[in-house]
Design a protein around this ligand. Structure first.
Ligand SMILES: Nc1nc2c(ncn2[C@@H]2O[C@H](COP(=O)(O)OP(=O)(O)OP(=O)(O)O)[C@@H](O)[C@H]2O)c(=O)[nH]1
Ligand SMILES: [Mg+2]
Length: 416
């Protein structure tokens, strides 16, 4: 097992926040099997360009390394390529930053072809500007060995060109996958089925909510993977759910967020996160037991950076059965338990309330030769009444504004 020393720079004199951030870093490290031996916080006014922390602190760390048997030093923030290089040279152990750690966890978890490509793209984007500094860390990731060096070309330049080439190949692969997914997105739009996406901090309980909702609404579906671990879900899973006598909706479970999520990851997960961006409603899931308001802020800021901040959001807290008190927050929320299933039914009603709040009871008269329209409406909507007369099938049904447009030629003004 690697033994790590964690380092945080406290710039805003918010010691407590920094200490929480280092606790989270410890969890991230543990996810890779790295044990934390010691945590150090330096209070400072500004970042030192050469070492990120002050050079006195670097010497202090250097002395601790042999005493504590440290094999790597992990910084809580993103280090510049130069800082990384200077620190590795000075400390003579492997040095990594929070971004590298998160990227490595993602790499460990990625299973589907899409996730593997996305993570690999993020890692390569991260490496590109750091080829000079990442000597030790990079060689583990397969910097590659080369036999054919062109005249006058350095290994560095070859590495760089190889990376650039690989990045463009992966991007093309991802575009292909995205084009296929685009088809199913278009199909959903055409069928007017609304999309609800689960978003939130990693380990908040998103996948568990998907399972609770599926159990209640769709008994025969396979559960998705839920586990007490960081980034359990990397792949998007979509399920069609439907309350009896109500129209269906698509529920999407996807990757969780964490504070200081590397921007390379956000960029390369574009295709996965598109499902979130195109959703009609977001369920912002928050751990209601281990409540931390900053996790809400992190999620909001990631949503903002992917262009999803204007989508309507319902705040959902989990783990109600073990929480001692209500989360101290002014916003409206629903507090559920995925263990006892308390309030899962309330969540369902709230989802329907949001999706169909502009829906209207509409009267339609569908000629008998348009039977498929009637089946489509019955399948996807709440039909309140059906009657047959010589002109066709009369239906009293709840329609969304979009559906009112779609079926406008069948709308009649009052009861037949
Ligand atoms: N006691 C309790 N545990 C819960 C509840 N909801 C979720 N959990 C547990 O919390 C852990 C994380 O749940 P997940 O559903 O995997 O979390 P997630 O948000 O999907 O996490 P990522 O996929 O990593 O982003 C699991 O061990 C769940 O069993 C709840 O209501 N009560
Ligand atoms: Mg999950």
């Amino acid at each position: 097992m690697d033994q790590a020393l964690l380092v945080g720079l406290n710039l805003n004199s918010q010691y407590e926040l920094m200490s929480k951030s280092l606790d989270e870093l410890e969890h991230l490290a543990l996810a890779l099997g790295i044990e934390t031996k010691e945590k150090i916080i330096q209070n400072a006014q500004k970042i030192t360009p050469r070492f990120y922390i002050g050079s006195g602190k670097v010497q202090e760390i250097k002395q601790m390394i042999p005493v504590l048997d440290i094999t790597m030093v992990i910084f809580d923030d993103t280090l510049s390529p130069a800082q990384l290089k200077n620190l590795e040279k000075e400390l003579e152990v492997q040095v990594m930053d929070r971004s590298f750690l998160i990227l490595s966890i993602f790499a460990l978890r990625a299973q589907s072809k899409e996730a593997v490509l996305e993570v690999s793209l993020a890692q390569k984007l991260y490496m590109l500007p750091r080829l000079v500094g990442l000597g030790n860390s990079l060689s583990r990731q397969g910097g590659g060995s080369y036999n054919a060096k062109g005249p006058g070309e350095t290994k560095l330049e070859l590495d760089r060109r190889k990376l650039v080439r690989e990045i463009s190949i992966i991007k093309k692969e991802l575009e292909k996958i995205d084009a296929e997914k685009e088809l199913s997105r278009k199909q959903r739009k055409k069928n007017q089925i609304p999309v609800v996406a689960l978003v939130g901090y990693t380990n908040a309980g998103k996948s568990s909510i998907m399972n609770s909702l599926s159990e209640l609404l769709n008994h025969d579906s396979e559960p998705v993977f839920e586990k007490d671990m960081l980034f359990a879900t990397l792949d998007t899973k979509a399920k069609r759910l439907k309350k009896q006598n109500y129209p269906p909706f698509i529920l999407i479970d996807t990757v969780g967020f964490v504070s200081k999520l590397p921007h390379e990851l956000i960029r390369s997960f574009e295709s996965t996160l598109k499902d979130v961006v195109e959703a009609d409603l977001l369920l912002h899931v928050v751990d209601g037991y281990d409540f931390d308001e900053r996790q809400i802020e992190t999620t909001k800021s990631v949503l903002h950076s992917i262009g999803a901040s204007d989508i309507e959001r319902i705040l959902v807290f989990t783990k109600k059965e073990i929480a001692e008190k209500n989360p101290p927050i002014d916003d409206d929320y629903i507090f559920v338990s995925n263990r006892t299933k308390e309030n899962i039914d309330v969540l369902v009603d709230t989802i329907y309330g949001h999706l169909y709040k502009e829906s209207r009871i509409t009267h339609l008269l569908i000629p008998f030769n348009q039977g498929q329209i009637y089946s489509q409406i019955k399948e996807n909507n709440t039909v309140l009444e059906t009657k047959y007369d010589e002109n066709g099938t009369f239906v009293r049904v709840i329609l969304t504004p979009d559906q009112q447009t779609l079926y406008r030629s069948f709308i009649i003004s009052k009861k037949a």
